[in-house]
Design a protein around this ligand. Structure first.
Ligand SMILES: Nc1ncnc2c1ncn2[C@@H]1O[C@H](COP(=O)(O)OP(=O)(O)OP(=O)(O)O)[C@@H](O)[C@H]1O
Ligand SMILES: [Mg+2]
Length: 259
């Protein structure tokens, strides 16, 4: 958060509540005169999959970049694991961010490295003194979790789009994040591969009890993964509910996402 961000008094004290992992209150973010996020109020509960819908350019990616610290918000408060991030020291901030995994819109892999090396890289950065045995067993587990064991010695260029997504996911999961942020995890994939990725997101949630935010334009992905759905419009949370509730909303604009 920037220095002039104003901490807001929270009326309901959910910061004492360990079932809330992220809380945004009156969050704002502008880029010059482009007011992207105007007044975002939302919580992410422990263990839930929260799907975010919204038209292109409404600030969904910006919103999750605020959570991971890639974007500083201008105003409002952001608490992660019950702590207002504006109150954290640099060291505490780094420790907090280590618990957050981010699957980018593009998988951002290292094309010149093998699958194994793509997984070694984040591990070494996170745990400088990690033993070779420990690293190998974590890599094996991560690849098994995403069904990529056989590709360990391949390079990303040799993988299909779906496999690259899986590798991107493995690279994030290997750090055992408590919060996972998925930015359009199924975009560019065929319906069958998309479904596999959506199922993988569910498996990750069950196996590690992660709390996840899933930004998607893929309604099948939303249907399969969502415990709760939020729709962003004009920089605010316009609607919130279960997938079925929003699909059957009385508001035609909300329903239009599901058509
Ligand atoms: N670093 C930045 N600098 C300036 N403007 C930015 C920056 N990042 C995002 N924006 C602007 O913020 C707005 C929201 O962008 P964002 O990427 O969050 O949209 P989105 O909802 O994720 O869209 P999509 O569904 O197409 O991915 C856009 O107008 C974009 O141009
Ligand atoms: Mg986006």
């Amino acid at each position: 958060m920037t220095e002039n961000a104003i901490p807001i008094n929270i009326e309901h004290d959910s910061r004492q509540d360990s079932s809330v992992v992220v809380e945004m209150v009156h969050l704002r973010k502008s880029f010059e005169n482009n007011d992207v996020l105007r007044d975002i109020n939302l919580v992410i509960n422990k263990g839930e999959n929260l799907v975010i819908l919204g038209k292109s350019g409404t600030g969904k990616s910006v919103l999750i970049k605020c959570i991971v610290g890639l974007v500083d918000c201008d105003y409002g408060s952001l608490a992660i694991f019950g702590k207002d991030i504006s109150q954290l020291s640099e060291e505490e901030l780094i420790e907090t961010r280590k618990k957050i995994g981010f699957l980018f819109q593009s998988a951002a892999l290292y094309d010149s490295m093998s699958v194994r090396e793509n997984l070694q890289f984040p591990l070494r950065r996170q745990q400088r003194s990690i033993s070779k045995e420990k690293m190998n067993s974590l890599i094996k587990e991560a690849l098994e979790n995403v069904g990529l064991s056989k590709a360990i010695d391949k390079t990303p260029a040799e993988l299909s789009g779906g496999m690259r997504k899986r590798l991107g996911l493995a690279r994030t999961l290997i750090l055992k994040p408590e919060i996972m942020l998925y930015d359009e995890p199924t975009t560019g994939l065929d319906p069958i591969t998309s479904k596999e990725i959506s199922k993988l997101i569910l498996e990750v949630q069950k196996k590690y009890n992660t709390s996840s935010v899933i930004i998607t334009h893929d309604m099948e992905c939303a249907r399969l993964t969502a415990d709760r759905v939020i729709v962003i419009k004009d920089g605010m949370c316009e609607a919130e509910g279960s997938f079925d509730e929003l699909k059957n909303s009385t508001d035609a604009w909300i329903r239009s996402f599901f058509e």
